[in-house]
Design a protein around this ligand. Structure first.
Ligand SMILES: [Zn+2]
Ligand SMILES: [Zn+2]
Length: 255
């Protein structure tokens, strides 16, 4: 009984943390968008309230498994999260970071492709594509079914794959920032990076925006690897000039 209450409290606390993290990160980039591209979200107010409602529901769906695993980590030693950096060789720190990102990216790519099958799309993914074009608030705007598919990844990974608590924090930071900025409607990374050698393999806003524009292709999360291997990479949003704000920023990709 005491355990049940403690698990429930941990899940509620984690929901508050995930929800707070969403409000702060999306709020910050929405504010930045207003500063850098005034009027960019002008006509999107009703859409933004929808995005916030779905995202807060997703925060609860993400918070519950995370809270349960966090409780199990502290009380039952369930997870492979470690605190002493010397527990594994130091080279494992960056390796575990990439391992987490690659596994998450692989899971996301294949579930995302499944969600674009017509029956699944209507059921679970149309909510995310209701954002036309998405804003910084769309970062967690998912139908509950899609939210569940995303929410189980990190809790499952920390049970299976050792990770230092600091590296885990870094994974969550990357996940949060890329989730928000890939939807905010403009490219924050410099052109040399996005259009350079590294950009051929990394996903930033210019890549994901094209997925939202065409409803197909560019299914990856962090890396373009699976899209390239499977022939689903449809390249970057081509109107770079409007996308990185070389003009007044009111014109959007594809418009
Ligand atoms: Zn999609
Ligand atoms: Zn998206």
């Amino acid at each position: 009984m005491i355990d049940t209450v403690a698990i429930l409290l941990s899940a509620i606390a984690m929901t508050a943390i995930v929800g707070g993290r969403y409000l702060v990160s999306s709020g910050f980039f929405a504010w930045l968008t207003e500063r850098i591209r005034p009027g960019h979200y002008e006509k999107l107010k009703p859409q933004m309230s929808r995005e916030i409602r779905w995202s807060l529901l997703s925060a609860a769906i993400y918070g519950f498994p995370a809270g349960i695993v966090a409780w199990g980590w502290q009380n039952r030693g369930w997870s492979q999260i470690y605190e002493d950096p010397n527990m594994y060789p130091l080279w494992y720190l960056p390796v575990s970071l990439f391992l987490y990102l690659i596994i998450h990216d692989t899971w996301f790519y294949w579930t995302h492709r499944l969600f674009h099958e017509p029956s699944w799309f209507k059921l679970a993914h149309a909510v995310h594509h209701d954002s036309r074009p998405p804003t910084a608030w769309a970062a967690m705007s998912f139908h509950p079914i899609e939210a569940i598919s995303g929410a189980i990844v990190i809790p499952a990974l920390v049970i299976a794959v050792p990770i230092h608590v600091g590296v885990l924090g870094f994974v969550l930071l990357i996940m949060t920032i890329m989730g928000v900025t890939n939807h905010m409607g403009w490219e924050m990374f410099p052109r040399w990076l996005v259009q350079g050698r590294l950009g051929k393999w990394l996903i930033t806003a210019t890549h994901h925006e094209k997925h939202h524009e065409l409803y197909r292709g560019n299914y990856g999360l962090y890396f373009r690897f699976w899209d390239k291997v499977c022939g689903t990479d449809i390249g970057l949003a081509n109107d770079w000039g409007s996308f990185d704000g070389a003009n007044n920023g009111r014109k959007r990709v594809g418009s």
